[in-house]
Ligand binder design. Structure first.
Ligand SMILES: Cc1ncc(C[n+]2csc(CCOP(=O)(O)OP(=O)(O)O)c2C)c(N)n1
Ligand code: SF4
Length: 271
């Protein structure tokens, strides 16, 4: 028998809002499979998001879910983890949600090393609102707000997370569907702030403006630009130009924020 996705989906919430060819559905399947692999319980797992097409994901899943405000998913997730450390907390959202309006919350959650898994679906654009450029839109790419090409350099989300102090950082793509499950499984098991960036497709607002003839072409681009970290380590900088390194990019064990905070409270209360 095949994998039982329906066990985790709220039937009353379907059909979903995503366009044909949107990568968000592939990522959701990877997340479901990872949750199943780790064996998380529906009652003790909170899935939180901000606002955007990516942020609609928790609404479809039968867990303790919270759809919050734009860029504030990580702040709400932090509150849940502080109040109920026994819960597993997963936060999801898009690149606009996570590193534009929510960028400040993101870097500070990385710095604290709070035990939350943060899944960022990076489609390089504000999909929901019609394709404005985001902090991850590549230089030169077209968006509704950069019709002549984006003059800004993009953020590298994974490098930003490592620099800010996240203790588990991984990257995959919507093309590499089975890898999404593996990366998220490891991220959920990691004790600390885990960031999983999945490079994703938005054919509706990004693909059509940037001369992708089809969703397949967008997916092939994800396939061709990804280089697994083990292979990348043997390649020269010149060969890596225009490529994205995938896999587990960083991992370290460090004290987790809620546990340290509890110790502090106990110390103060003991006088
Ligand atoms: C405070 C606030 N500002 C702006 C918006 C409008 N808004 C809704 S979704 C969105 C962008 C979402 O983009 P992203 O997070 O990249 O997700 P995607 O839709 O591409 O999946 C914006 C700007 C809002 N809802 N709230
Ligand atoms: S607009 Fe883009 S991100 Fe939003 S559902 Fe459609 S394809 Fe996906």
């Amino acid at each position: 028998m095949g994998f039982d996705y329906e066990n985790y989906i709220r039937p009353g919430k379907l059909p979903h809002i995503w366009c044909p060819g949107c990568g968000h559905g592939i990522v959701m399947k990877g997340l479901i499979r990872a949750i199943d692999a780790v064996g998380l319980s529906k009652d003790m797992t909170s899935i939180v998001s901000g606002i955007g097409c990516a942020s609609r994901l928790p609404g479809y899943l039968d867990f303790c879910t919270l759809h919050t405000t734009h860029g504030r998913g990580v702040a709400f997730a932090t509150g849940i983890k502080m109040a109920k450390p026994e819960m597993d907390v997963i936060c999801v959202g898009g690149d606009g949600d996570g590193v534009a309006i929510g960028g400040n919350h993101f870097i500070h959650a990385c710095r604290r090393n709070i035990d939350i898994t943060y899944l960022i679906m990076n489609n390089h654009i504000y999909g929901m609102t019609g394709g404005q450029f985001s902090p991850t839109t590549p230089t030169g790419a077209k968006a509704s707000t950069t019709p002549y090409g984006n003059p800004d350099p993009p953020f590298d989300i994974a490098k930003l997370a490592i620099g800010a102090g996240a203790t588990f950082v991984a990257r995959g793509t919507a093309y590499h569907a089975t890898q999404i499950e593996k990366l998220l499984t490891e991220a959920i098991r990691h004790k600390g702030f885990s960031v999983v960036e999945i490079l994703d497709s938005c054919p509706t607002t990004y693909g059509r403006r940037n001369k992708y003839k089809s969703v397949i072409e967008m997916m092939n681009h994800l396939k061709d630009s990804a280089v697994p970290i083990a292979a990348a380590e043997k390649m020269a900088a010149e060969q890596l130009k225009g490529k994205v390194i995938t896999g587990v990019l960083y991992k370290e064990n460090k004290p987790e924020y809620v546990a340290e905070y509890r110790k502090l409270v106990e110390r103060v209360q003991a006088g």
